[in-house]
Design a protein. Sequence first.
Length: 89
Amino acid sequence: MAQLHFTQQLARFMALPQVQTDAANLRAGLDTAFAAHPRLRGYVLDEQGHLRDNVVIFIDGLRSRERILLNDPLHADSKVYILQALSGG
């Protein structure tokens, strides 16, 4: 199963999950995570369901460029890292 890992920056808001999914694409994999952890959705997606500007996703070491459809394919052994950028000085 593909594994979704969420960055530690979100730890101050909620317990961070590591989610396993058999989803065929990123959107379905994220939906699996959001079903189990609904508050997570608002930190990752905007009101239109698009990836927030301050979030980056890497799938098997490659940055996902698709921020609207989120239809990147996932494989049974995929490692997905969802990173929230830090700001401040």
